[in-house]
Design a protein around this ligand. Structure first.
Ligand code: TYM
Length: 315
């Protein structure tokens, strides 16, 4: 029996953090044995935020190194770049033609963006349609993501349904895969860890940086157990074991934070070293990406042939 298909991606808009890792990227690695996996770099999504050539190049290469350093094996996983596959933007346009403005106005990400900046780009508004195209081209069964992307996967599902209804059965309906305990990894301030909130622990942080981050974790002096420290710490140790330790260290915030620093270092150091090794041979790393993009292109272009036929532009 052929394997089920998995697809997901990360937007190259800054350093990956442990929220990205536990919420999504770890699943990319853990599931790669059992699923035919497609993991991509969402660079055209990032273009909404990064409009600088050098910065964009650096961010793309950064995510590629991250993917390999966390243990994605290019023999098992097709790693590719969105902008290498023009079918993504082509399909997004087709989706645009039958998607309504009010429907897109209901997207959480759009509403959040609007609060920050009234003059958001059309690309930001349209984000869910490009994301629907990213997903549907590869007919995945599951899309592992964090909670904040759930609605986007639902938009992809709705869009597939709508297309199928208008033009006939074409797209498989994808399911988001969200790990309950890590659906929303909290940041240093207890809010969702996010590149845009400045509350992250970078996934490849150096020891000193880890220390700095942990010391910044906001603690509430009214509690015996500092909730925000515990919430991050339980990503790294079984909760029952950790509860016991925190019970013993009651009130001693500094000791709890020191232990968290050590546990983070133990978890991060091997990946950080691997990333440094990978950095020594960039041409090799880029060759992995072009090979992946070549494979992905074949699948996406076959799907687009079917789509063009269904909508009647092929005569
Ligand atoms: P991005 O780049 O913002 O985040 C990458 C992944 O990390 C997850 N994540 C979290 N999970 C738990 N706790 C957190 N604090 C946390 N912060 C981030 C995100 O949910 C995501 O899974 N739109 C996507 C990229 C994308 C995509 C796709 C994903 C574009 N097309 C198609 C899947 C399928 C994004 O911006 O993720």
């Amino acid at each position: 029996m052929s394997k089920k298909v998995l697809l997901s991606g990360v937007k190259p808009t800054g350093l990956c953090h442990i929220g990205n890792y536990f919420g999504a990227m770890k699943q990319f690695v853990d599931l790669s044995e059992d699923y035919e996996s497609y993991i991509f770099i969402a660079d055209y999504h990032a273009l909404n935020l990064i409009q600088n050539k050098e910065e964009m190049q650096k961010a793309i290469l950064g995510i590629l190194l991250d993917y390999l350093a966390i243990g994605l094996d290019p023999k098992k996983v097709t790693i590719f770049k969105q902008s290498d596959i023009s079918e993504h933007t082509e399909l997004a346009w087709i989706f645009d033609t039958f998607t309504t403005m009010p429907y897109l106005q209901r997207a959480h990400a759009y509403k959040d963006a609007l609060v920050k900046d009234k003059e958001i780009s059309v690309g930001t508004f349209n984000y869910p349609m490009l994301m629907a195209a990213d997903i549907l081209l590869y007919s995945p069964d599951i899309v592992p993501v964090g909670q904040d992307q759930k609605q986007h996967v639902e938009y992809a599902r709705d869009t597939a349904q709508k297309f199928n209804k208008i033009f006939g059965d074409t797209f498989k309906l994808p399911e988001p895969m969200i790990m309950k305990n890590v659906a929303t990894v909290p940041g240093l301030d207890g809010k969702k860890m996010s590149k845009s909130y400045g509350n992250t622990i970078p996934l490849f942080a150096e020891y000193e940086e880890i220390k700095k981050c942990v010391m910044k974790i906001v603690t509430d002096s009214g509690n015996d157990i500092p909730e925000n420290v515990f919430a991050i710490h339980k990503l790294l140790r079984p909760e029952a074991e950790l509860k016991k330790i925190y019970e013993e260290k009651k009130g001693k915030y500094k000791e709890m934070k020191d232990l968290l620093v050590e546990d983070l270092e133990k978890f991060i150091a091997p990946m950080r070293e691997k990333r440094k090794e990978l950095e020594k041979d960039i041409p090799k790393v880029l060759a992995i990406l072009s090979e992946g993009s070549e494979k992905a292109k074949k699948i996406a272009s076959a799907k687009m042939i079917e789509v063009r036929e269904k909508i009647g532009v092929k005569i």
